[in-house]
Design a protein around this ligand. Structure first.
Ligand code: FAD
Ligand code: PYC
Length: 416
């Protein structure tokens, strides 16, 4: 395993990158692991990293059907914030946001965390009242987040159309000064390299086809590369969760829908914050390359295509062109989609299942990029100790049977 330092960097540069080591290995599967994590998205990789780093558990494999980070983690629009309503959510999303602050140092990998500030626009009285509640709740949870006036929003975002003749007038915004973005691929790659360096096997191109059990206990997984025995198995497969759940006899309260996004051609800097507009289902930020990163609501029917329907993207672009008239003349460069896993209360599921040794981390829906570090940390602790971490506990699967829902429909608003 290659260790990286400023000296390696200088040597490799002087050598025209001859001998530049691979960031992670491509090992053959072992016949048995203590822990198998299914899904090499951000959540699976972060979980593996913290299992190794914090719990010294390294006989671990992350098993991925495609390439690591090729699911939603590499397809999202990278918004990071923690301005959710409920205390349980504040705990996990703020833990995660605060871990992002030091993640580049933790992983020795530039994840390009950019806490540039995030505005969630209020364009109806209903939205204004909802977000005022969020601001109060956030303050009580110690999260820096406050309401700002329409004038303040306009000062900060001059390209925003605040005309009184607009379809929806701007009434104000919920502002999180240290919300922002990070580079999604880098988050996956940084955790992958960190986990690999600590001895975790990342098995790409290794689709899981079955989850084996005996006497109510998990015994391993079937894969396209053969059977792998495991004492513990974690399903961390986002939009494919119900398919994996079926393999273990679990019926899960998850719907899989497509969420899409697009980027414009690169332009000079015009937007130095992140902006979300729930009422019209649109959001936008500008990447370091200058592309406008744009997204909106999910497709309105369940499906497993990773493409996205035309009406949804048309709706998004129409809304954003109304909010930001300057984008009307821009060409859109790329469009793509991911399959997200929606729960009824728009909160995730993290914890144990009824099958002994089988764990679940899913249901992040349209909002789980921001939670990768915090989720990985508490899920690793849950698996290592075979009991829910206190921050994960409220998010157990049992909450649906017990009616303890954690309603975050307003917080998740734009993309839902
Ligand atoms: P994934 O990254 O999807 O990883 C799951 C992995 O499981 C995949 O790599 C998949 O190939 C693998 N897998 C599936 N089936 C199998 C199998 N049978 N065997 C082996 N492997 C399997 N969140 C935010 O916080 N902010 C945003 O701005 C944001 N924007 C988004 C925009 C879009 C267009 C999309 C699609 C999502 C967005 N999200 C956002 C949501 C976020 O991307 C996801 O919640 C998050 O990436 C989920 O990470 P994950 O690791 O759980 O899943
Ligand atoms: O979770 O903040 C979010 C988000 C924005 C766009 C998609 N998801």
């Amino acid at each position: 395993m290659q260790k990286y330092s400023i000296f390696t960097l200088a040597r490799n540069a002087a050598n025209y990158h001859k001998g530049w080591g691979l960031a992670w290995r491509s090992p053959e599967p072992k016949s048995e692991y203590d822990i198998v994590i299914i899904g090499a998205g951000g959540h699976g990789l972060a979980t593996a990293y913290y299992l190794a780093k914090r719990h010294n558990l390294t006989n671990v494999a992350v098993v991925e059907k495609g390439w690591l980070g090729g699911g939603n983690t590499g397809r999202n629009t990278t918004i990071i914030r923690s301005n959710y309503l409920q205390d349980e959510s504040a705990a996990i999303y703020e833990l995660s946001r605060s871990l992002y602050e030091g993640l580049a140092q933790e992983l020795n990998y530039n994840v390009m965390f950019s806490p540039r500030g995030l505005f969630m626009l209020c364009m109806t009285e209903h939205e204004l009242r909802g977000f005022k509640r969020h601001a109060h709740a956030n303050r009580l949870s110690g999260i820096e987040s406050r309401m700002v006036s329409a004038e303040e929003v306009k000062r900060k975002i001059p390209i925003l159309n605040v005309s009184p003749t607009a379809r929806y007038p701007l009434l104000g915004a919920l502002y999180q000064p240290r919300g922002g973005t990070a580079r999604h691929d880098a988050v996956a790659w940084g955790y992958a390299r960190g986990a690999d360096n600590l001895g975790v096997d990342i098995l790409q191109n290794c689709a899981v086809t079955g989850i084996t059990r005996r006497g109510g206990k998990v015994t391993g997984i079937d894969t396209v590369k053969g059977h792998i025995k495991a004492k513990k198995v974690a399903i961390v497969t986002a939009g494919s969760t119900t398919l994996l759940g079926d393999m273990a006899g679990l019926k899960l309260p998850i719907e899989s829908v497509t969420l899409q996004a697009c980027v414009s051609e690169p332009i000079k800097p015009v937007l130095d914050v992140v902006i979300m507009a729930g009422t019209v289902h649109g959001y936008m930020s500008q990447s370091d390359k200058g592309e406008l990163v744009i997204g909106g609501g999910a497709d309105e029917y369940n499906n497993y295509s990773q493409r996205g329907s035309f009406p949804a993207i048309e709706h998004t672009i129409t809304s954003l062109a109304e909010l930001f008239p300057i984008i009307r003349r821009l060409k859109m460069l790329r469009q793509w989609a991911g399959i997200v896993d929606m729960t009824g209360d728009r909160s995730p599921i993290i914890g144990k299942t009824d099958v002994d040794g089988l764990y679940l981390n899913c249901g992040w829906g349209t909002g789980g990029f921001k939670s990768i570090p915090g989720s990985g940390l508490v899920f690793a602790d849950t698996i290592a100790n075979d009991r829910p971490h206190p921050i994960a506990e409220p998010f157990g699967l049992n909450r649906f049977a017990e009616g303890r829902l954690i309603d975050e429909s307003i917080a998740a608003g734009v993309a839902h």
